[in-house]
Design a protein around this ligand. Structure first.
Ligand code: ZN
Length: 410
């Protein structure tokens, strides 16, 4: 699928030392380094029915920062993002609004592209929808069936976790908690006849008039996790230590989605799916969780229409650490606006404070698990020194660094 227009990043300054990028792995619960010279990143994309709220924006900006830092290190990055353009929530929303699901998906994907381009998020190299990937997904389900680790239940096909080595012993939560989360996030732990309550659905047999695709093992549509395994594996090269370097998404994907993706992939390839599993925190609104059911989603397009600059939205979403669950508020927006104005004022001066050590501090902060709060402290200090008459730096160097590492365009 078409993504959105590319941006050319300014080259890294040769005097900057780029330390290895260390990121927090949600399963290992420690920092891991992205060491591959040709890293492949797979980030779970949207289900196109409520794009693009600030939770989406915060997640994709976080992975954009990773993408940018790896490019600054001179690495040859492959970035893959999917679009879940067939799924229950999409069908339910389309039915509620009396729209064709294809129409709803297409319009929301278009809006997402526009928002991502406005926020200066680098486009993925492979932006792949589930519908257009159906043949590789069907092939993958067939491979699972061939592995002997699946079973059918009224035409639906499940992966039997009791037969997958290490699956049930590596749950990121105690079983009871895992079952609750699985149930909350679209799983069916209470279905009678499942071998294990957590067994993930690989293929859903056709029901009623729901959209479906023909397959040897029965007409239907894919389960949630298998689509990401198929799209990720179809974009990898063999011979690497792990199938991909990094799998990413919002922290609501830690379980079951990314856990099940990793288990399914490993059961087929016999190697670890990702070198790092990285997750961005959730965005709330004025003290409450931002959610569809509360109806308090804040949309990027609305903020842009209200005249909020993309730089300000990016700063507001990265003033706190990407892993933190954080709140969107007027106060946060004002802080971001005031920092953005301060940067503009400093950049417009004919003489500015020395720059290299500040750019090094920004780069070091980003290498340290995307420590954006520390990066902004360095920027503010440079602005203050510039305001106090310090000289000898290059406004162009700072401006290019703000673009390269933080995606801010001044
Ligand atoms: Zn996914």
């Amino acid at each position: 699928m078409r993504s959105w227009p590319n941006l050319t990043l300014p080259p890294a300054l040769s005097k900057i030392d780029h330390k290895p990028l260390a990121l927090f792995d949600s399963y290992r619960k420690s920092l891991v380094q992205i060491q591959d010279n040709e890293p492949s990143l797979y980030v779970c994309g949207i289900t196109p029915y409520d794009a693009t709220h600030l939770g989406h924006a915060a997640t994709y900006i976080s992975f954009d920062l990773i993408h940018r830092y790896l490019l600054m290190q001179g690495k040859n990055v492959t970035f893959v993002e999917n679009i879940t353009d067939i799924d229950d929530p999409l069908l339910e929303r389309a039915a509620r609004d009396n729209q064709a699901w294809e129409f709803l998906a297409t319009s929301q994907i278009h809006l997402f592209r526009t928002d991502m381009a406005a926020l200066r998020v680098l486009p993925p190299h492979h932006y792949q929808g589930v519908v257009e990937s159906m043949s590789i997904i069907i092939e993958l389900v067939q491979k699972h069936i061939g592995s002997g680790l699946t079973y059918a239940l009224d035409g639906d096909i499940y992966l039997d976790l009791t037969k997958v080595d290490g699956a049930l012993s590596s749950l990121p939560f105690p079983l009871k908690e895992a079952l609750n989360i699985f149930r909350e996030r679209g799983g069916d732990p209470d279905r009678h006849g499942k071998h294990h309550a957590l067994d993930p659905l690989l293929w859903r047999a056709r029901k009623g008039n729901d959209p479906s695709w023909p397959a040897k093992f029965g007409e239907g549509r894919p389960g949630w996790h298998v689509e990401c395994v198929a799209i990720a594996l179809s974009n990898t090269e063999s011979g690497k230590r792990t199938s991909i370097s990094l799998q990413g998404g919002g922290s609501d994907l830690i379980f079951p989605h990314h856990f099940m993706t990793a288990i399914q992939s490993k059961s087929l390839t016999e190697k670890e799916f990702a070198g790092a599993y990285v997750h961005a925190g959730m965005i709330g609104l004025d003290g409450e969780k931002m959610s569809k059911s509360r109806g308090n989603l804040v949309f990027v397009s609305k903020l842009l229409q209200a005249g909020i600059a993309p730089n300000v939205i990016r700063i507001a979403l990265t003033l706190h650490h990407y892993q933190e669950d954080r709140m969107w508020s007027e106060g946060l927006l004002h802080r971001a606006q005031s920092l953005s104005s301060k940067i503009e004022t400093a950049l417009s001066r004919s003489e500015v404070a020395p720059t290299s050590q500040f750019i090094q501090r920004i780069a070091d902060a980003m290498a340290n698990n995307l420590d954006t709060p520390t990066a902004y402290l360095a920027i503010e200090q440079w602005c203050d020194e510039t305001a106090h008459g310090s000289e000898g730096g290059s406004a162009g160097e700072i401006s290019r660094a703000l673009d390269s590492y933080l995606g801010l365009g001044y």
